[in-house]
Design a binder for this molecule. Structure first.
Ligand code: 2NL
Length: 354
């Protein structure tokens, strides 16, 4: 058709076929080469019409020039329209620099980190210092200093993960074995060895026990223990501290109750229940109709522990408590399987607050 004589019929026919082909273009690249076939500087239909002006008889030059310009403007107008609509539709293979940037996928705190951060915030406001310590320990800091003598069942190979390679200063064959700490209490011992009372610390961190996996056990879990030592520190201080924590963590209507229990490192010892935040103590499926939820263990520091670290049990007293943060997170968020915290499944992890 580029050979046909430029006239109104030829202009209309070219515009119509340009429109048809442009509508059928499969990609931005196809559309661009179509445009070049009609409007390009060389070998295009418009270019060949422009060339014909030069070789045409003088009386036809003007009308050929008019039709060539009319064709050029009509194709340009349709091309401009196409560019404007395809910008909104983001053509395949095209990059539109005017579009807003892609939202990067932001990371997300792990639910155990959410709970730990909240706990640290609460205890910091109550005047506690956050202390961390080694996960690889010796038996003295983990057991002996905590009033757990050699024959204590927790020291059994069945329950504790011992390391084959002793850490300095211990040597192979020494009575003192190297182990993964079974609670963070070993760090409270280290802290008392290096600090005089008063003491007010919380120690969060990973602990290890030789447990098999099930709904409520993993071989490592995250603990937070607290320790307060000073002159005249009482059981009332312990209960008041835990009540203040519970009201921050589970709501201001929370009440706490202590039930007698046993730990070698505290005397007296207690299990702590919090009034059910789901039914406010009336009884529901969450608290198994009891109105109370067991959450942690605590007690007054045993005099033997003070003697081990060089404190005088006649001068100072103190309380301690410990809890599993997985348990706190499971209760707070209604998670029924502890293993979910360690499987790194995004469908689980993305359900928690940022
Ligand atoms: C629990 C119970 C507890 C302690 C931890 C402690 C530490 C020192 C002295 C005395 Cl240095 N006690 N810690 C006391 C009572 C309970 O933890 O259920 N933990 C997961």
């Amino acid at each position: 058709m580029s050979d046909s004589l430029p006239d109104q019929t030829a202009v209309d026919a070219h515009v119509a076929s340009f429109e048809r082909e442009l509508a059928a273009a499969a990609s931005a690249r196809d559309a661009q080469s179509l445009r070049d076939r009609y409007l390009g500087r060389k070998n295009s239909i418009v270019a060949s019409w422009m060339q014909q002006i030069g070789s045409a008889p003088p009386d036809q030059k003007k009308s050929i020039g008019r039709y060539a310009n009319e064709l050029k403007q009509a194709i340009e107008a349709r091309w401009k329209q196409y560019e404007e609509t395809s910008r909104d539709a983001a053509p395949a293979g095209g990059v539109d620099v005017t579009l807003p940037g892609r939202q990067p996928i932001l990371g997300h705190r792990h639910p155990l980190t959410v709970v730990r951060d909240r706990m640290e915030e609460i205890f910091t406001r109550m005047g506690f210092t956050i202390v961390e310590g080694p996960e690889v320990e010796d038996e003295w800091h983990c057991f002996d200093a905590l009033n757990m003598p050699a024959e204590h069942p927790a020291r059994d190979m069945q329950d504790t993960l011992y390391l084959a390679t002793p850490m300095p200063p211990f040597q192979a064959g020494d009575a003192m074995r190297t182990m993964l700490r079974t609670h963070t209490s070993s760090m409270q011992i280290r802290y008392m060895q290096t600090h005089e009372p008063p003491v007010r610390i919380v120690v969060p961190g990973k602990v290890y026990r030789k447990d098999d996996l099930d709904l409520t056990h993993t071989p490592n879990f995250t603990q937070m223990e607290g320790l307060v030592v000073g002159e005249g520190v009482s059981l009332a201080d312990l209960k008041g501290t835990l009540l203040a924590w519970a009201r921050e963590m589970f709501g201001e209507r929370s009440r706490v109750r202590l039930r007698p229990s046993f730990f070698p490192y505290t005397e007296p010892s207690a299990e702590v229940d919090i009034s059910c935040w789901s039914c406010d103590g009336a009884g529901c499926s969450m608290c198994k109709q009891s109105g109370w939820i067991e959450i942690l263990g605590c007690g007054m520091v045993h005099p033997a522990v003070f003697e081990a670290v060089g404190y005088d049990p006649d001068k100072v007293s103190g309380f301690a408590f410990g809890m599993g943060m997985e348990r706190v997170a499971m209760l707070k968020y209604g998670v029924d399987d502890i293993r979910l915290f360690y499987e790194n499944d995004l469908r689980f992890l993305e359900q928690f607050p940022l």
